[in-house]
Write a protein that binds this ligand. Structure first.
Ligand code: GLY
Length: 566
């Protein structure tokens, strides 16, 4: 009977969706629309450079390389050469896959390297300075993409990026505020002034000649320039002067991995997302599978019942994340079980609409706060029908804050994504267990969720977000906003978001965006509400294929994000 009901609901959603897409997506509701190709990223310069590669006849993979590197120039907050990331792709012929270019722990890392002699975690050691830095993967990532799918010479792809670094880019209002916030810390951590500790104001131009030189050498000498050459040697020399533990052997042994995506069905959608060492695909899949049985379209967007269902599903999925997930090359992850119907059916058994399930009844742990925005995501669809979703990161804002002045880029603080000690939260308040403990050469667990969605077997959405632990729930809500609430891509990205991650046991809401009556009603049911600690949740950059084949961008209003296309 339940299955029949579900079928009727699905049929009504599907038919309703077709009608709405065709009739009521009025132009004023749509974001930027392009005929055949689009790039959406955190900065207009990066979207523009990605697009220029497509216009020259390059494909989505060539544009990925250019956009990734342009973000390293213009958005050093998260764009990087000194970090890592993940990419999900869907080729025009329907073939899908993912690339893992995540950082890894240096070979001299140890399980308790962030604990003092009493076993207490020395909190800043994994967040700031030389001990926080994981072996960078981004440059290896772009070369892996180029080797497998690139259609233009690397020199040609990097040419506009090098020109951007040399000629400079204009500081935005957001960027002025962000640089001012970290200026003193840059000098303190680097024990010297750096390019980015300059007193930059909105409208100023920043030229990064050191980075232009590094990119030029990479264009000429290839991957080895970074992993077995002069650039690598300078990174290691800088880190060793700071008393870090990374060595040339770490760089030489660094590898990317092509991994099979996590695939899950929801209504008539096939969702293709990132497998471990990101938790994104599994957690997103668990939540979607659990909520599929609830008619959240009838409950209404951001209504009390919808918030309850999503929160309770998120609470349970993040509890599983904490216990089961880590680097699949080091731990066995029961992926099929975690995403299996039998397992998930039982997860909501103790949920009731009349009151919250306390997180302590799901698992135990201490609470912690949230860090703000970091990481960055971009989405690309090319004129040939290929699509990519890529999320790249230094982890925290400007990573470890260590900046190699002669090379022109920041180094990550990705080591904080490991569990420094079971039960002790990281900067996102995420609790880890043995599966995500530190080991030499191991990749730290991530929440990055680059995702591509097919509808009825055809490319429909490509999306992702920054935001640490809030990435997964931002991606989730954006998909649901389009699928369940008939929003356009831009509306779905703009809509207010909320987040629950098991611990701390609270729902984080974007401030002043939710109806007071709804929050009151949730409080009365025992939910803990946090409406103040984070100004925004996620910054989603997405593309939707419209029924007429054109592309609609969703560039998040929360940042300087921009869609560009033709
Ligand atoms: N550094 C954020 C993440 O990978 O989830």
């Amino acid at each position: 009977m339940k299955k029949l009901l579900l079928l009727l609901i699905i049929i009504s959603i599907c038919s309703c969706k077709t009608r709405v897409d065709a009739v009521t997506d009025s132009p004023e509701r749509l974001g930027f629309v392009a005929d055949k190709a689009m790039v959406v990223s955190a900065r207009k310069e990066a979207s523009g450079i990605g697009l220029s590669i497509l216009k020259k006849g390059g494909n989505a993979f060539d544009a990925m390389i250019a956009t990734e590197m342009a973000l390293a120039v213009v958005y050093p907050y998260a764009g990087n050469l000194g970090g890592g990331g993940f990419m999900v792709y869907r080729k025009a012929n329907g073939e899908t896959g993912t690339l893992d270019y995540r950082e890894k722990a240096p070979l001299l890392s140890t399980k308790d390297m962030y604990q003092d002699e009493n076993g207490e975690v020395i909190s800043n050691l994994s967040k700031v300075g030389c001990m926080a830095v994981g072996v960078p993967g981004t440059v290896a990532g772009i070369f892996s993409v180029h080797e497998k799918f690139g259609s233009m010479p690397m020199e040609e792809i990097l040419k506009p990026v090098i020109a951007l670094a040399r000629n400079g880019y204009v500081v935005t209002e957001n960027q002025e505020a962000s640089l001012a916030r970290y200026r003193e810390m840059f000098v303190q951590v680097n024990k010297d002034s750096i390019l980015y500790s300059g007193d930059f104001a909105e409208g100023d131009t920043i030229r990064n000649f050191a980075l232009a030189g590094t990119l030029q050498r990479i264009a000429e000498n290839g991957r080895d320039e970074f992993y077995n050459g002069r650039t690598g040697e300078r990174i290691i020399a800088y880190l060793q002067r700071q008393k870090g533990i990374m060595s040339m052997q770490d760089l030489r042994e660094y590898q990317t991995f092509w991994r099979k995506p996590i695939n899950m069905e929801y209504n008539d959608l096939n969702i293709i997302s990132m497998p471990p060492p990101s938790s994104g695909g599994i957690v997103l899949g668990q939540i979607l599978k659990v909520i599929e049985d609830y008619p959240i379209d009838e409950y209404g967007h951001n209504s009390v019942k919808t918030i309850q269902v999503l929160t309770e599903a998120e609470r349970r999925a993040y509890a599983d994340r904490s216990f089961y997930l880590g680097d699949p090359d080091f731990v066995d992850i029961p992926v099929d079980v975690l995403l299996g119907e039998n397992y998930l059916e039982g997860r909501m058994e103790n949920f009731s609409f009349s009151e919250a399930t306390p997180s302590s009844e799901i698992e135990h742990g201490e609470i912690a706060g949230y860090e703000s925005m970091e990481t960055t995501h971009y989405s690309i669809v090319d004129q040939f029908g290929n699509a990519i979703a890529a999320t790249t990161t230094l982890n925290g804002a400007y990573g470890s804050k260590l900046y190699v002045e002669e090379l022109g880029f920041f180094l990550n603080n990705e080591m904080d994504d490991f569990s420094a000690k079971p039960g002790v939260p990281n900067m996102f308040g995420l609790i880890g267990a043995e599966a995500n403990s530190i080991a030499p050469g191991k990749k730290m667990l991530s929440s990055m969720t680059p995702t591509i969605v097919e509808k009825k077997g055809k490319l429909w959405l490509t999306l992702g977000s920054p935001g640490g632990s809030t990435i997964i729930t931002s991606v989730l809500q954006t998909i649901l906003n389009v699928e369940e609430y008939n929003m356009t891509m831009q509306e779905a990205v703009n809509a207010p978001r909320f987040h629950h991650q098991w611990l701390p046991d609270e729902i984080l809401f974007e401030p002043n965006a939710f109806n007071a009556e709804i929050l009151k009603s949730l409080k009365a049911k025992g939910y803990h509400i946090n409406e103040g600690e984070s100004t925004v949740i996620g910054k989603v950059d997405a593309i939707r294929v419209l029924p007429n084949g054109k592309l609609e961008g969703g560039a998040d209003r929360r940042g300087d994000d921009t869609a560009a296309g033709f």
